[in-house]
Design a protein around this ligand. Structure first.
Ligand code: FES
Length: 231
């Protein structure tokens, strides 16, 4: 169990939850969060937004009953957290672009804070949020509201590109990478549904070129050329 320290609305349907915990984690990893006891709601996988010595922050979007309950948490409430899980982002040397769409921006803040010299590209459908926070940890910050933020980035400018966002955006990232043709250059973090988070249930199965993998234990971060994106 962890204690909720704060829970702020940062945009319509988006919350930033801070819990007391020293369990930490790497950028790109996630926790399974649960703010209820009863069946049938399962824990929800939520990316690490930030870590300090005794705090973990999670940025979440309300997409159903489980995340709506996160929204109702108040300071002092208990929250079940398990983790950190997943492989996290790779170690990066050289120039780095972090590209996020929608709630896919969540895991990028901690990575930008760690590396300190990443260019960050954030795409929002309706309103931008946490922009000052991202500006403070980015070398350059690019923001797009409406349309696709991918139009603002040239993959050739970077040694590594890491992207997280909706399926259509990641598929477009793969097509852009194919044009460049450099393997192990572009990584995607997948937002698959999960149930167990530890490789036991197969709910998070990902179709890859060399067979099925599990987003929770093999990922959620994959070299983009490994993933088979369905239409
Ligand atoms: Fe159960 Fe990945 S969430 S195997």
């Amino acid at each position: 169990m962890a204690t909720v320290m704060s829970n702020k609305k940062v945009a319509d349907g988006i919350g930033l939850l801070e819990v007391e915990s020293s369990q930490g984690g790497k950028p790109g990893q996630f926790y399974m969060l649960r703010a209820w006891d009863q069946y049938p709601l399962l824990s929800r996988p939520i990316s690490i937004f930030d870590v300090t010595e005794d705090r973990i922050l999670f940025l979440y979007q309300i997409v159903g009953e489980g995340t709506r309950r996160f929204y109702e948490l108040r300071p002092g409430d208990d929250l079940q957290i398990e983790g950190p899980f997943g492989n996290g982002f790779p170690e990066v040397k050289g120039s780095l672009a972090l590209v996020g769409g929608g709630i896919g921006i969540a895991p990028l803040y901690y990575m930008a804070k760690k590396v300190t010299d990443a260019d960050v590209y954030l795409g929002f459908s309706k309103e931008a949020y946490l922009t000052e926070e991202f500006r403070n940890v980015s070398k350059e910050l690019h923001i797009r509201v409406g349309g696709t933020v991918l139009e603002q980035i040239d993959f050739k400018d970077y040694g590594t590109v890491i992207a997280c966002g909706p399926h259509g955006m990641l598929k477009a990232v793969q097509q852009m990478q194919e044009v460049i043709g450099q393997p192990n250059h572009v990584y995607v973090s997948l937002e698959n549904r999960m149930a167990c988070g530890i490789g036991a249930c197969l709910v998070c199965s990902v179709k890859c070129k060399d067979g099925r993998k599990k987003a929770c234990t093999d990922g959620p971060v994959f070299p983009v050329e490994e993933v088979v994106f369905n239409d």
